[in-house]
Design a protein around this ligand. Sequence first.
Ligand SMILES: *Cc1c(COP(=O)(O)O)cnc(C)c1O
Length: 216
Amino acid sequence: MLESILQQLPPQTRLVAVSKTKPLAAILALYQKGQRIFGENRAQELAEKYEALPKDIEWHLIGHLQTNKVRYIAPFVACIHSVDSLKLLLEIDKQAQKNNRSIDCLLQFHIASEETKFGLDRAEAEAILLSAEFSQLRHIRITGVMGMATFTDNTAQVRREFKSLKAIFDHLKATFFANAPYFREISMGMSGDYQIAIAEGSTLVRIGTLLFGERG
Ligand SMILES: *Cc1c(COP(=O)(O)O)cnc(C)c1O
């Protein structure tokens, strides 16, 4: 399955293997096939797996993150996909500074029709990027955007939602990051919709079930 997914990815698109709830052995099996980017949705589980597994794995946090959990992952996490408030960004910056490093972050947008999904809207994101506090941060880098489409068989709707995330990315790029080549990531697409996401410009697909099987 890994090979067949990788074959479908355009050169600018990377695979985040979503290993949440999966045992170390399953992660190692994929590692041995060459996969190096793994994603988890809980900070403590991520920290435990980091401790136990090879240190050249690039770990991404993809799930909702509470400010009091940032310290568990700040020493090593490569990218946090789920930044949805200035408060969280300030804490990530503080913890990154403590560890003498910089952490890449994606702004998570609410693009689905479901009420429950986390994420910013465009106005909220702009308020963060224009704030005086944000301009002081030196230990985070906003490298792009992330979003989850509605869980539905309606592929037209999913495509529309991915297009809306791409439009947000383009707008932020032009308005705030025109001179920032590192602002280039659009994290969208999961097991059920990654092909649509790739067609709509995804640079990071987050795939769990297709690689590891159903979660219990
Ligand atoms: C679990 C999860 C995924 C992967 O979902 P699959 O359908 O198993 O591929 C992707 N993104 C986020 C944010 C997740 O929580």
